[in-house]
Design a protein around this ligand. Structure first.
Ligand code: UT7
Length: 331
């Protein structure tokens, strides 16, 4: 193993579907109000896939956006990782569908299932594969088509989620080390407070599970909220401590965008100023594995940090899983 191998980030990309679903649209579907959703979550609208579009279509668009910015040939990608909990189908992986769409046949391809922390698990995985010397150029995509796995009669969940995709390209480098720090966590003891109960081996799909909408996302929101604030605050600090950095070194924080109240509570706990925290939850809701990377790509386009700055991503999701990473954006 060559631990001296560094990782350079070549580019980011993102893509969200055109169709916008506002809180006012949701008022016509379930008993809710724009006022409730705005004050309890900060969400105003979210994006939803068109009929006929699927997860790998979103992934393809985000990936092509990143590939064009990086000015690399598709054939030069030797690994494709897709982080998602809303795959095209349970088998094969969405990464293989994406590979086919990209015609990136020189790559190995697999999915990561770590829910809203999926992109951060992907960053750590890409780093490990590159540093081991096994792969040299990796495409990582965080993508969700959550509108397909939501119970549209459940106001506790259907108002929260949205569809979208983001991508990042990494390559081995002798001189750069853009993945400055990573920290991950998981606690399987909380599998029951945020999950999709049926459709797998333990409760196979049946008429009954479909009738009860057990193939859709279920969540004990209040419980998840409390643990999210705790674990995101922990991750925010831990990933800095691991490499001896402090808040002064970080130009922008990009927290998982599940709920504005969670973001504000985490920032308050960590003593971070509002100006250093990126927020786009009002536009997209919670896009799970796509959230942090779409936000990073947008923050880049908006000039929210300078070339060479350190940006910290923090996430939390089903599993439960959590994590953070500090990236140097130098492209
Ligand atoms: O990505 C990681 C995973 N997800 C999260 O991190 C989300 C974590 N949880 C949350 O963001 C919040 O818990 C929610 C936004 C889901 C819910 O907010 P809350 O402040 O915890 O509300 P609640 O569940 O305690 O519900 C309060 C009231 C209830 O009515 P009663 O029992 O007080 O009469 C709910 O029935 O609000 C009601 N309610 C709604 N009312 C209007 C729940 N959903 C809605 C709705 N519209 N959509």
């Amino acid at each position: 193993m060559d631990n001296k191998v560094g990782v350079k980030i070549l580019s980011t990309g993102s893509f969200v579907p055109r169709k916008v679903l506002t809180n006012f649209d949701l008022e016509k579907i379930v008993e809710t109000s724009d006022e409730w959703i705005s004050t309890r979550t900060g969400i105003k609208e979210r994006r939803v896939l068109d009929k006929g579009q699927t997860t790998s279509d979103l992934a393809y668009n985000a990936a092509m956006n990143a590939i064009e910015k990086a000015k690399i040939a598709v054939e030069s990608i030797d690994m494709i990782i897709v982080a998602t909990i809303s795959p095209d189908v349970p088998m094969p992986s969405t990464a293989c569908y994406l590979q086919k769409k990209l015609k990136a046949y020189g790559a190995v391809a697999f999915d990561i299932s770590a829910a809203c922390s999926g992109f951060l698990y992907g960053v750590a995985t890409a780093k490990a594969f590159i540093k081991s010397g096994m792969y040299k150029r990796i495409l990582l995509v965080g993508v969700e088509a959550l509108s397909r796995i939501i119970d549209w009669t459940d106001r506790n969940t259907c108002i929260l989620f949205g569809d979208g995709a983001g991508a990042m390209i990494f390559e081995a480098s002798d001189t750069e080390n853009d993945i400055v720090s990573t920290y991950l966590g998981a606690s399987g003891e909380h599998t029951d407070i945020l999950n999709i109960p049926a459709g797998g081996a333990s409760v196979p799909a049946s008429e009954e599970t479909i009738k009860k909408k057990l193939h859709c996302i279920k969540m004990v929101g209040k419980e998840v909220f409390k643990i999210a604030v705790l674990k995101m605050s922990l991750s925010l600090n831990k990933v800095q401590e691991l490499v001896g950095l402090t808040d002064r070194d970080i130009s922008l924080y990009i927290p998982h965008q599940a709920n504005l109240r969670i973001i504000e509570a985490v920032a308050k706990k960590a003593g971070i100023t509002k100006e250093k925290v990126y927020v786009n939850v009002h536009k997209y809701g919670n896009m799970s594995a796509a959230t942090t990377i779409v936000a990073l790509d947008e923050a880049y386009q908006e000039g929210r940090f300078k070339k060479g700055d350190l940006v910290e991503l923090i996430a939390f999701g089903a599993g439960l899983t959590w994590g953070a990473c500090i990236l140097r954006i130098n492209f």
